[in-house]
Ligand binder design. Structure first.
Ligand code: HEM
Length: 146
């Protein structure tokens, strides 16, 4: 009796949960770059991010007068490279390009929030959103000029 419970109930359950975790780990292993929609998907996300920056009173002052086209190209290349894509970021280093801005924690978080919303708008899965944000965390001290 005990054995048939194991075979009829527990075994299928184990097989099912095993399959589910295989699917989940396969999704995690899919390249982040692919999940973001390759360079053109990333370019769309950055474009939507730019619209959000312009609307966001917490940060838009910092962006007045910038070369929007260049910012768009450089941020797209940077996110493409960071996500494992075949791009080469050719802009300035993060410390240099944010040196005189006195970026606050609130502003850093506001930009990250807008990036998440832009990814959401473009249908990027939450796991991929988090993986990209994780790649940006090491840039925090450079951008904050700490
Ligand atoms: C995760 C956070 C951030 C990333 C990945 C990031 C990335 C970049 C990149 C790649 C550039 C282009 C640099 C170049 O063209 O040489 C740039 C420029 C710039 N960033 Fe950020 N940034 C971040 C946070 C912020 C924040 C929080 C602010 C201000 C609120 C900010 C304001 C600017 C401005 C104004 C420029 C243009 C500088 C110029 O053209 O002189 N950034 N950023």
């Amino acid at each position: 009796m005990k054995h048939s419970v194991i075979i009829m109930v527990l075994l299928p359950l184990l097989v099912l949960t095993g399959c589910q975790s295989m699917v989940e780990s396969n999704q995690q292993n899919a390249s982040l770059y692919q999940q973001l929609g390759e360079r053109s998907g990333i370019a769309d996300i950055v474009e939507d991010l730019l619209y959000r920056i312009v609307e966001d009173e917490r940060i838009n002052d910092q962006f007045r007068g910038i070369d929007v086209r260049q910012f768009h190209t450089n941020l797209t290349d940077q996110l493409c490279e960071l996500s494992g894509g075949p791009c080469t970021y050719s802009g300035r280093g993060m410390r240099e390009s944010h040196a005189d801005m006195n970026v606050t924690d609130t502003q850093f978080n506001a930009l990250a929030e807008n990036l998440i919303l832009a990814m959401e708008e473009n249908g990027i899965p939450t796991g991929a959103q988090n993986r990209l944000i994780k790649k940006l965390v090491p840039l925090y001290p450079q951008i904050r000029n700490l």
